[in-house]
Design a protein around this ligand. Structure first.
Ligand SMILES: Nc1ncnc2c1ncn2[C@@H]1O[C@H](COP(=O)(O)OP(=O)(O)O)[C@@H](O)[C@H]1O
Ligand SMILES: [Mg+2]
Length: 253
């Protein structure tokens, strides 16, 4: 048996013994991590710890060297049709928004719905409008990316990911390219999503978000999970020396 039955109690993501190397460097050295349905996990850790790599392994953008990953009970394989299937179920939001500059906000959100899900133009635009409303941008349907602030563009990017009706959302430092005054509006959308029960794994330096929205904080360091638990525990009473030194470094910024 190489997969688990997919019941409501099965973790949505199950990573077992993940090893990821780049050349002779082992970036992830045997990671075990499950994400339950509806759980919000924030991934923190020093730069270069492998946070982005771990996220990218979950949707098959990076291929693991050892171990296994299951998404919704399906063992991740690297043939194209399976990868397409997995990626359609996982939304990803990056630091860079990468919207199409020649398309309006609504059209940006509609593209993949039409190409991947086969929705009609009318259906896709209708869903785009609902999602723009959900991220607080109903009035920006016809705006082009150049005429939107960074925070607004990132909210369009989140709506674009949600348009695929994903079972899981991955965020890789979604606010780190934004001017400080625009961070709050993006975090608010993420908090709302968390509240609505979306399963999320978010790499972030926003400890306020981790404290308020995460069910669990996972500290990645030196190729492994140095510490994990409820935010209050990991962020206020870390048990490991690695955890304490990471928090001291954060405090200095
Ligand atoms: N495609 C790649 N090729 C070679 N090395 C990489 C590649 N991607 C990441 N790395 C290396 O893996 C380590 C972890 O990177 P990354 O996952 O981006 O860390 P983080 O997101 O925690 O800052 C770093 O040392 C980085 O240089
Ligand atoms: Mg990174």
């Amino acid at each position: 048996m190489d997969q688990t039955a997919d019941t409501p109690d099965t973790p949505l993501v199950r990573m077992s013994g993940i090893v990821k190397r780049f050349g002779s460097t082992t970036v992830l050295d045997g990671i075990d991590l499950d994400v339950a349905r509806g759980e919000v996990v924030t991934l923190i850790g020093p730069s270069g710890a492998g946070k982005s790599t771990l996220l990218r392994c979950i949707n098959g953008l990076e291929r693991i060297d050892e171990g296994s990953i299951e998404v919704g009970g399906d063992l991740l394989r690297y043939d194209e049709s399976h990868l397409n299937d997995i990626r359609a179920r996982i939304g990803m939001v990056f630091q860079a928004f990468n919207l199409f500059p020649h398309m309006t906000a609504a059209e940006n959100i509609a593209v993949a719905q039409r190409e991947v899900l086969g929705r009609s133009r009318g259906e896709a635009l209708e869903r785009s409008r609902q999602l723009l409303d959900r991220v607080g941008l109903a009035h920006k349907e016809r705006a082009y990316p150049d005429n939107l602030s960074g925070g607004q563009q990132q909210r369009v990017a989140i709506a674009r990911a949600l348009a695929m009706d994903p079972a899981l959302m991955l965020f890789d430092e979604p606010t780190s390219a934004l001017d400080p005054e625009l961070v709050g509006e993006v975090l608010q959308v993420m908090r709302d999503l968390a509240q609505e029960g979306m399963t999320m794994v978010a790499v972030t330096h926003e400890m306020r978000f981790a404290r308020e929205a995460a069910d669990r904080v996972v500290l990645l360091a030196d190729g492994g999970i140095a510490e994990q638990g409820p935010p209050q525990q990991v962020l206020e009473r870390p048990g490991s020396e690695r955890g304490r030194s990471f928090l001291r470094e954060l405090d200095q910024h």
